[in-house]
Write a protein that binds this ligand. Structure first.
Ligand code: BJW
Ligand code: ZN
Length: 247
């Protein structure tokens, strides 16, 4: 399997990578689903929706403050760093992430499309005005928007909310054109992100999935690798360096 994927990288000039919570798991960031996932302990509808924020903003902010703290204490892992390296084998490379943790940027990746926002950013719930990243929010006394007085919320995408049109359009257009697509560490059930690998495959891309557990995508993948991304991706990059250095 490793050799086939090395060959695919060698033979393709464009690549799109879609990552999910699994790529940050080895850094110590909890995933959403699965036995150890956040949704095992917390209810998404009570925390990651606009109606949750309207009915209990204090609870929502307590949860995001806790997650900011978790994310603030961790570092990128070998999987994040291997993706920085991987881009050197392609003329065109797009890193699309569903993660809000900023770890791809911390690892040095560029041109990242953050589909679900960023946990450090703040915005106004009413007028969408962007506020400084370093604002600490007190759940008992949530700051107000300087423009309209609306409550401040984290700049992430909750269920039922539209993704940023420019970002999702770019993600689809890159996925439609790419020769190679990696789906890494995502349960591949949350749309529209989960449609990206399907779109790529339909347009003729070679589809590689890296995930210790099978997902609805696994049957469609040309290569399904049952492994942790922090173990498989560095192995892939090492093998590439030995056999076919970047051009
Ligand atoms: C490892 C590993 C290791 C572990 N190495 N791997 C079409 C069909 C059906 C429903 C819909 C549809 N279109 C839209 C919807 C509704 C909804 C949706 O998709 N629901 C599904 C659950 C069915 N989508 C939306 O609401 C989206 N908005 C939208 O479409 O707007 C238009 C619209 C509006 C109104 C109605 C209809 C349409 C918005 C989705 C926003 C998702 N938001 C969250 C929270 C972000 C903020 C925050 O972080 O707090 O995003 S939910 C959560 O799920 C988070 C994630 O980004 C997202 C995806 O999760 P991910 O990354 O896949 O994580 P996990 O935990 O699920 O999986 C981890 C994987 O890693 C596992 O598979 C492990 O095995 C693996 N793993 N260790 C590699 N070491
Ligand atoms: Zn406002």
């Amino acid at each position: 399997m490793l050799d086939e994927i090395v060959n695919a990288v060698r033979n393709c000039r464009s690549c799109v990578v879609l990552t999910g919570a699994g790529i940050s798991a080895e850094s110590g960031v909890p995933t959403f689903r699965g036995s150890e996932g956040l949704w095992g302990k917390f209810k998404p509808e009570e925390l990651a929706t606009m109606s949750a924020f309207i009915s209990n903003p204090k609870l929502v902010w307590e949860w995001y403050n806790w997650r900011r703290q978790v994310v603030g204490e961790v570092k990128p892992n070998p999987g994040h760093y291997a993706l920085c390296d991987l881009q050197r084998w392609f003329d065109r490379f797009t890193l699309i992430t569903q993660n809000v943790d900023g770890l791809h940027r911390a690892a040095g990746s560029e041109n990242i499309l953050e589909l679900h926002g960023n946990i450090y950013r703040n915005k106004c719930v009413d007028c969408n005005h962007q506020l400084p990243e370093d604002m600490d929010i007190d759940p008992d006394n949530i700051s107000s928007c300087p423009r309209c007085g609306g409550k401040i919320r984290p700049d992430v995408v909750w269920f039922g909310e539209m993704l940023d049109a420019q970002i999702i359009n770019k993600a689809f257009s890159e996925s439609e054109q790419t020769e190679l697509f990696f789906s890494i560490g995502t349960s591949a059930i949350v749309h529209p992100a989960a449609s990206l690998p399907i779109t790529a495959k339909r347009q003729g891309a070679t589809l590689v999935e890296i995930n210790p557990e099978m997902t609805p995508l696994s049957g469609l993948a040309d290569y399904y690798v049952s492994a942790k991304s922090g173990e498989f991706l560095p192995t892939l990059v090492e093998r590439l360096k030995q056999t076919s250095p970047p051009g």
